[in-house]
Write a protein that binds this ligand. Structure first.
Ligand code: NI
Length: 170
């Protein structure tokens, strides 16, 4: 397994639209495993392929309390969503150290293919519901900061660009 580089906002590649995975083969399984390792190493709850510059509909997440139940969702689709909405604080591995409130559906049902290419359905609530909606946004090129005001977003953009410049300078 290998750790992958996570794109940082405002990298334009974070806004690419991911294509469906045509076949769940060894290459896709390796990508999923590398994404799980990358997510764990970064102490994240979820990671979308978009964030590692692979523009395929694949996300990994682990919303378990014990942080030892990573799930792979390939070609995920939300097939049901609650009318009830919930506001919670979110962060993103592509926008390090930034947290803000986002409104999401309180519960969603997702259908996806697993690592073996089998279809499964998952009912998510709480952190898992937030996570799956957040990660699926990445697949359509949407970063959570796009839910915030343009003022906040501009501030975050400036902060991230500064951080990247400082790191490059060493
Ligand atoms: Ni994210």
């Amino acid at each position: 397994m290998a750790r992958l580089t996570i794109l940082r906002y405002p990298d334009p590649r974070l806004h690419k639209i991911a294509a469906p995975v045509a076949a769940v083969d060894d290459k896709i399984r390796r990508l999923a495993d590398d994404m799980v390792e990358t997510m764990m190493a970064a102490d994240g709850v979820g990671l979308a392929a978009t964030q590692v510059d692979v523009h395929l509909r694949l996300i990994v997440m682990d919303a378990s309390e014990t942080r030892d139940h990573p799930i792979v969702l390939i070609n995920p689709e939300i097939i049901a969503r609650s009318e009830e909405m919930r506001v919670a604080e979110e962060g993103c591995l592509s926008v390090p150290q930034i947290y803000d409130q986002v409104e999401r559906h309180a519960r969603v049902t997702v259908r996806a293919l697993d690592r073996a290419g089998e279809t499964f359905e998952m009912e998510a609530e709480g952190l898992a519901a937030i996570c799956v909606q957040h990660e699926m946004d990445h697949l359509v090129g949407k970063v959570f900061v796009e839910y915030l005001s343009s003022l906040k977003r501009d501030r975050i953009r400036t902060k991230m660009l500064k951080k990247t410049r400082e790191e490059q300078r060493g």
